[in-house]
Design a protein around this ligand. Structure first.
Ligand code: BGC
Length: 742
């Protein structure tokens, strides 16, 4: 295998520059005279979309289509996801793909995000954990992952132009953290810069993002590529940290030559970037191998993940599981033409597409009515659906979004199903109240319009090529549902904290809701939601007991028992609540979870390890994550609103996060801080200025200089005021020298 430095030394400036941009949409430049091949990159993230064309047509080679990322996260099964990603890695190897363009770990500020289906979760811990498993799985097969889109790409509206205005704490805690967690645990070979700007600078040319955060803070050492046609100023991009512009062919090489000539770009910089491209090519070459794929096994893996991701939102009057003796009506074109993936760059060609109708017919006889074509319901379709429903014991109605409602490239207009679908649901439920509604959407929708009429709902996401079979297994109780919401279903769009600010003005979207998104917002505000984060029912019953915390190892342990009739899995979620903090925090945050599979009657003791960020938050004035001493409540449960066990722990931190009150702050500030309080209190005692004094309440709001001015008016000589001023100044000087200036 070649040595990067040796090759670099043999390259001309032109050859090095050529390496900095793709050869075409899906290949890098090789160097023929040195036998360096043109490696292949392709989309991602939920399978391999290998196409010769840039167009998003159906020319891609067939490969296994796994559930979309939102569904992957709803499985809360990181080991299974690792297995899935390894299978994707194998398929990449068999198709000659060296880097898969995924996973995506952008956030979900609002359910309207057009690519929410392609991202894991509203929670950075869950996103990071699932992405980390994904990267580990794919790279275990010698294929590079590409973590995308760095950063602040939380919307599709004007994504090439919009400036995401995000304060440092929000950026770090919510939008960088999923990337950071992956980088700490399983660094990807590559990362992709986003289209948008962050705080005024385009992501692919931002030294703040690429150099300060990605390289210096997070220590990323792999290759940074641009999103497709995201580079605005080529020279600025490479000067500020971008290694590779995609796609090719390059049209602006002359600009780099000019920049080298006039010193805007150094040769060392060029060598650094070209060296990273060569390192990636070398990694791909070294790990390249011949693989033959067990396609049926991959299809089954896709089916298993789909099973584990489907969320039983409600199941009143034991609608589910269905029994083979019931007369069943299946309604909805999605049962025949599955809605199994989203639109845009992740759109794939499946190898073997299962559909719900055949999967059910394989088990029982059914009456089928198509119900709708895309978003429209014709009078004939409505009549046939109502007739089928009224003659059945049980009805399964499949609905959801279409590509015209939810896709890469634009954000959703609202959170609702198509009006015709709502009308169909209502008419069918009127005809037969024993109805199970199946939702094929990539993101949260409003369900309040039909909640009263529909006793059972399954959130089936965009479940990939095994979705039909997976749904049948769940409907008939062959599999016990175990998916949990990876995002909150709010009651209505208006309750979302970005309702007033999304998708921003023409130029800017202001992340004004800060760190309060998803359940961090709804739970802190005590707002009712339709279905909380982490929610999902099953056909059994699990209980938790024996919560304990092991200080030394930073572990939480508990026991879980399956007390119900069915074998199944529960996802135990640990949220941490900070009793008091210098900066405002959400009421609780997810910090650990595990999916546990148990047969009926089985009991197991489980230990969850907490990572360095479990009690910490990003402290703006320190510029890093830090723990603050104090009491924290461990909240263990089955959703963010279904906490079963709690326990308080005390954390002693070396870091004092508190900002020392300054000599211009108020009397109240000084008295509230245990460091300044004794100094001031001693003076107040000396002056006999006590709570009973008529001016005491007002004086609490006085800044320290005003308090000192006020002393003579309390009947003291001026020298008493001077004495107080000196004592406070001396005491404060002493403190500030011990607190590194904070
Ligand atoms: C998307 C990326 C994708 C790339 C290549 C872009 O439009 O934002 O996620 O990997 O195209 O298809």
């Amino acid at each position: 295998m070649f040595d990067v430095a040796t090759i670099l030394a043999q390259l001309s400036i032109d050859e090095k520059i050529r390496l900095l941009c793709g050869k075409d949409a899906w290949h890098l430049h090789g160097i023929e005279r040195l036998d360096i091949p043109a490696i292949t990159l392709t989309d991602g993230p939920h399978g391999v979309r290998l196409s010769e064309s840039q167009a998003l047509d159906d020319s891609a080679q067939p490969a296994t289509v796994f559930p979309v990322e939102a569904a992957m996260a709803a499985s809360w099964n990181a080991p299974l996801l690792e297995q899935v990603a390894a299978a994707i890695g194998d398929e990449c190897q068999s198709m000659g793909v060296g880097v898969l363009l995924g996973p995506g770990v952008n956030g979900k500020r609002t359910p309207l995000g057009g690519r929410n289906f392609e991202y894991f979760s509203e929670d950075p811990f869950l996103s990071g954990a699932m992405a980390s498993a994904f990267v580990r799985g794919i790279q275990s097969q010698g294929v590079g992952a590409c973590l995308k889109h760095f950063a602040g790409n939380e919307q599709e509206t004007r994504r090439f132009l919009i400036n995401a205005q995000i304060d440092e704490r929000t950026l770090q805690e919510l939008y960088i953290e999923p990337f950071a967690k992956v980088l700490r645990e399983n660094p990807p070979w590559t990362m992709m810069g986003a289209y948008n700007a962050v705080n005024g600078v385009h992501a692919c040319q931002s030294s703040e993002l690429l150099q300060r955060i990605l390289r210096d803070q997070l220590g990323f050492d792999g290759l940074i590529m641009s999103d497709w046609v995201a580079v605005k100023d080529k020279v600025e991009s490479h000067a500020n940290g971008l290694d590779l512009e995609m796609p090719g062919p390059a049209e602006r090489d002359a600009q780099l030559l000019a920049a080298l000539a006039d010193g805007r770009l150094s040769e060392a910089n060029l060598d650094n970037r070209a060296g990273r491209v060569l390192t990636l090519i070398k990694q791909v070459m070294e790990q390249d191998r011949t693989v033959s794929i067990e396609w049926p096994a991959h299809h089954e893996l896709a089916t298993q993940l789909a099973v584990e991701s489907m969320v039983l939102l409600k199941n009143e009057s034991q609608q589910l599981p269905l029994s083979a003796h019931q007369r069943l009506a299946v309604i909805g074109d999605f049962a025949r033409n599955p809605r199994f993936q989203g639109g845009g760059s992740s759109h794939m060609q499946p190898r073997q597409l299962s559909n719900t109708l055949s999967a059910i017919e394989h088990r029982v006889g059914v009456v089928f009515a198509e119900g709708y074509t895309e978003t429209r319901v014709s009078p004939q379709q409505l009549d046939a659906a109502v007739k089928a429903a009224s003659e059945a014991d049980r009805v399964v109605l499949l609905t959801g979004t279409t590509d015209s409602m939810e896709s890469e490239g634009f954000d959703r207009a609202d959170m609702q199903l198509a009006p015709d679908h709502l009308m169909l649901i209502s008419a069918v439920a009127d005809a037969n109240p024993n109805i199970t509604l199946v939702l094929h959407t990539g993101s949260a929708i409003e369900t309040r319009q039909f909640e009263r009429q529909v006793p059972a709902i399954i959130q089936a996401w965009l479940p990939g090529e095994g979705g039909g079979e997976a749904l049948a297994r769940i409907l008939f109780g062959e599999a016990n549902p175990s998916g949990k919401l990876s995002e909150t279903f709010p009651l209505r769009l208006e309750n979302n904290p970005t309702f007033e600010t999304f998708p921003g003005t023409k130029d800017t979207v202001d992340y004004r809701e800060g760190i309060f998104t998803g359940y961090r917002y709804y739970d802190t505000k005590l707002l009712p939601v339709q279905y909380p984060f982490g929610h999902g029912l099953n056909y059994s019953q699990f209980t938790l007991a024996d919560l304990s915390y092991h200080d030394e190892q930073r572990q939480v342990s508990f026991s879980i028992t399956n007390q119900g009739p069915a074998e199944g899995a529960e996802v135990v979620q640990l949220y941490i609540h900070d009793e008091t903090s210098t900066y405002h925090r959400p009421v609780h945050e997810l910090k650990a979870f595990q999916k546990i599979h148990l047969v009926p009657g089985e009991k197991r003791t489980v230990t969850l390890a907490l990572d360095d960020h479990a009690f910490a938050y990003f402290v703006p004035h320190l510029g890093r994550f830090a723990e603050e001493s104090g009491r924290f409540e461990l909240r263990l449960g089955f959703s963010s609103r279904d906490i079963r066990l709690t326990s308080w722990v005390t954390i002693d931190s070396d870091t004092d996060v508190r900002l020392l009150p300054t000599l211009d702050d108020t009397v109240k500030d000084w008295l509230a801080d245990s460091r300044t309080a004794p100094i001031l209190q001693q003076e107040l005692d000396r002056l006999q200025f006590e709570p009973g004094h008529p001016m005491y309440g007002i004086a609490l709001g006085f800044p320290i200089p005003q308090l000192i001015q006020f002393i003579p008016q309390m009947g003291y000589e001026q020298n008493e005021a001077d004495k107080t001023r000196k004592t406070l100044e001396r005491g404060w000087q002493h403190l500030i020298s011990r607190t590194q200036g904070f």
